[in-house]
Ligand binder design. Sequence first.
Ligand code: PBG
Length: 329
Amino acid sequence: MITGKFPSLRLRRSRKNKWSRRLIEENNLSTSDFILPIFLVDGKNKKQNIKSMPKVYRYSLDKINRIIDNAIQIGLPMIALFPFTQSNKKNFLGTEALNENNLVCKAIQQIKKKYKNEIGIMCDVALDPYTSHGHDGILKSGYVLNDETLKILIDQSLLQAQLGCDVLSPSDMMDGRIGEIRKALDKNGHQMTQILSYAVKYASNFYGPFRDAVGSKGVLIGNKKNYQMDYKNADEALREVALDIKEGADMVMVKPGLPYLDIIRSVKNNFKIPVMAYQVSGEYSLLSSGINKGLINENAILESLIAFKRAGANAIVSYYADRINKILK
Ligand code: PBG
């Protein structure tokens, strides 16, 4: 497969000039490749700093139109909504997830009304923003119950779909949830609501700043290892993806991103389906604070993002998405 040898072959020949480097580029990014997460908070006229995530904010609903206008203007195809939930709205069962006036539900309606199909709306399906223990499902003696959690996730999915969510993204890692959610959606007239399954979600140490952003920092009892994947495993990721495809997932997510490029590549090689990658909060904050401290220069952002493309990702969820037009220039 590799032909030629030095000195007749010199790979540096094609690297000498910029036009030539441009000519042989194998991968590139455009603003169509990015999904912007937006953190929501109750109240009016709020733009809150998130201590562990430089330049990322929580917005009250009266402030999000500007963010979405910008997203549309730079050409992002989709936003992802995440709510900060006050502790007085959290309880053991996470019932706020099914409140049709919760923050995410209100946001979906507001955005759909104004923007119609100008931009896609993606919403998490999981209970962790709403549970007092920080887990994604129903907890019993330290264990997250699978089938009991499914029932609530189905209702959460139906509620969000009914209000206009375009893409449901179950991030809970319960077994069988994609099939159950698909079945319920179809039965209730939501055949066109897409499912982006977080099929491969690792129990990761890189989610720390996100938990700060959504108010579940310090809340989590124990860890999520009895449902999220063990980062020692790679083959198991393919079993997760295979199951979710069979159950009706339209797209799958690998998460976190940069430490799991091998997984993105092997999912893409094994299944010819759209694969999304999530550059999670810890990756974002490490890069950003490295740049802010002058340890690395800001082109490291583009380098990291291209890596996802090279690995085979179709699109990337990134907290840089709101500025990605400038980063790509
Ligand atoms: C919750 C959820 C998490 C993230 C997205 N959805 C955190 C977790 O599972 O604890 C993490 C995103 C990030 O770190 O940027 N279901």
